[in-house]
Design a protein around this ligand. Structure first.
Ligand SMILES: [Zn+2]
Length: 138
């Protein structure tokens, strides 16, 4: 039972660090993140109407940064493990490599490859919600 778990302080620090490094062009200040069993066995839940990300309390600290990147890409790009999401993930993978964050880049690649075709964790997505306009070139 000496399995290492994420603490609230680790979560808060990693949440701010990931947003500061990889989501600077997007004002995510109204989003928040907490440890919660509301994740219901998934590693994360991204609840759009409340702008809330829930992280499974038993998540390994080693997975925390990549799972936050994963959640914020849903927050930014909407539901589905489809190209709209995976392309955003891949941009951050490359950014992480440029910053010398090889472990994070590898983790993001595992998220992209491992989540293809799996059920999404995004809830309450409203299709006319202002942050999610129909797909168009960026
Ligand atoms: Zn996902």
């Amino acid at each position: 039972m000496d399995e290492e778990r994420v603490t609230a302080d680790q979560l808060a620090a990693t949440w701010d660090s990931i947003r500061g490094q990889f989501f600077r062009g997007w004002n995510s200040d109204s989003w928040s993140c907490e440890l919660s069993d509301l994740a219901q066995g998934k590693r994360l839940v991204c609840r759009v109407p409340e702008k809330q990300v829930y992280i499974l309390p038993s998540l390994s600290p080693k997975e925390l940064d990549r799972v936050i990147v994963h959640a914020l890409c849903h927050a930014r790009r909407g539901s589905g493990h489809e190209p709209f999401w995976s392309r955003r993930m891949a941009v951050i993978e490359q950014d992480a490599l440029r910053r010398g964050l090889d472990d994070l880049a590898k983790g993001i690649r595992e998220e992209i490859d491992g989540c293809e075709g799996t059920p999404d964790e995004t809830e309450g997505l409203i299709f006319d919600w202002p942050l999610f306009p129909p797909r168009r070139p960026t």
